[in-house]
Design a binder for this molecule. Structure first.
Ligand SMILES: [Zn+2]
Length: 404
């Protein structure tokens, strides 16, 4: 297991790397294609049968003779990244799943039910604005026509981007047959917080995912000269963005959630010009839906008041919403049994493909300790020994499923 982890990890290290040490592996780009090709080669090297499903997700099947029709224990994660993301978010789950296959073989575990490794396409949503596109399409949560029409910053549609990457976008949509082949899904992921950092545990078990969503403020004012337009004569949409940024923070603090304005597009984006239009994206998460609603209403009201005062046209559109997820209690119990009764249970504010699949199949997560908690950053890090512990945990879980 040790050597296969090092080998696989070093193979992907240079792919899509940006000068600051982070990664730019956006869905359906050449970096993404290189990651996918790497996965196909690594899976085939292990004798796994690789398929691309109708939504562009990759599946590597390890099926014992005569058991092709039986549902599989599925491990996996994603290979795409956020802009200048870390090395671990996503790829650690995929590499660990491949290493768990190696580990099971090294242990001499006889396969008597199918096992699979999945790579879900476009998890981060960094290019087309919607997260977990591959798993949402597969489970029928995302409308295929809406998905095909999503565009990136250059106006390229998701359908065209997929076609350019050699994957047909005509067949997108719910894949009931494939869903029936999932007996259980476990996603191993680097922890994106510090719950394990000061603990004695390298691996924790996911309990659930906070409800979370993305919203877009479209704020239209009037372009004008920054040096000649009197303050009272301005219709400046940027003032509403400032309001959104600060109120997001206030509401999050007040209600115990998280709210962030992390992306702003300004037109015409001139130093000496009052903007004509600004789009600002809000990401909000909370322990439960009612709290999330309160946070959003608070922010929307504040921005709305400011917009009418400034004579700015304001619209707020929800771009995605993921309800609260509680991972399958039975599976969670089995994960804890495998890892030890004291294993910490963690809930997370981050979305994952596991959160999408949880509504269709028994799903769980394993989190690998992150000493700083930093994620979505070049500084994201996990100790090698902790990664190996994660692989061991995955292998234990699959072995316990094969031989309960
Ligand atoms: Zn991830």
């Amino acid at each position: 297991m040790t050597s296969s982890f090092d080998t696989l990890w070093s193979q992907i290290a240079p792919i899509g790397r940006s000068p600051n040490g982070g990664y730019r592996r956006f869905a359906w780009t050449t970096a993404d294609a290189a990651m996918r090709e790497w996965f196909v080669a690594a899976a085939r090297e292990r004798g796994l049968d690789v398929q691309v499903d109708r939504n562009g997700n990759l599946w590597a099947w390890w099926v014992p003779d005569g058991h092709a029709d039986e549902p599989a224990f599925v491990m996996g994660s994603h290979l795409d990244s956020v802009p200048d993301g870390g090395a671990f978010d996503g790829p650690l789950g995929v590499v660990s799943a491949l290493c768990a296959v190696d580990e099971l073989k090294a242990r001499g575990v006889r396969l008597r039910k199918p096992v699979a490794v999945a790579v879900f396409a476009d998890e981060e949503g960094a290019r087309f604005g919607v997260a977990c596109v591959g798993s949402r399409l597969m489970t029928g949560v995302l409308d295929p026509d809406r998905a095909r029409a999503l565009t990136d910053a250059d106006g390229v549609s998701l359908a065209d981007a997929m076609r350019a990457a050699g994957v047909d976008a005509d067949g997108l949509g719910r894949d009931g047959e494939l869903l029936r082949r999932i007996a259980a899904f476990v996603e191993l992921h680097i922890e994106q917080g510090r719950a394990l950092a000061d603990s004695d545990f390298a691996v924790g078990v996911g309990s659930g995912i906070w409800p979370h969503g993305r919203w877009r403020f479209s704020l239209a004012g009037r372009a004008d000269h920054a040096g000649t337009t009197q303050l009272d004569d301005r219709r400046d949409p940027m003032l509403c963005v400032g309001e959104a940024v600060l109120e997001a923070r206030r509401q999050a603090e007040r209600h115990g959630g998280l709210a962030t304005v992390g992306k702003v597009v300004v037109e015409p984006n001139a130093v000496n010009g009052i903007p004509s239009r600004v789009s600002a994206w809000l990401d909000a998460r909370a322990p439960d839906q009612a709290t999330l609603d309160r946070i959003l209403i608070g922010i929307a009201e504040r921005v709305g008041r400011r917009a009418s005062f400034e004579q700015v046209e304001s619209t707020l559109v929800n771009e995605s919403l993921t309800p609260a997820v509680e991972f399958a209690p039975d599976l969670r119990k089995r994960l804890v049994e495998c890892l030890g009764a004291d294993t910490p249970l963690l809930d997370t504010g981050a979305g994952h493909d596991a959160g999408i699949l949880a509504s269709r199949a028994p799903t769980g997560m394993l989190f690998v300790r992150n000493p700083t908690g930093i994620s979505h950053s070049p500084e994201e890090f996990a100790e090698r020994a902790d990664c190996l512990a994660g692989i061991g945990a995955l292998a234990d879980v699959v072995q316990a499923w094969l031989y309960p």
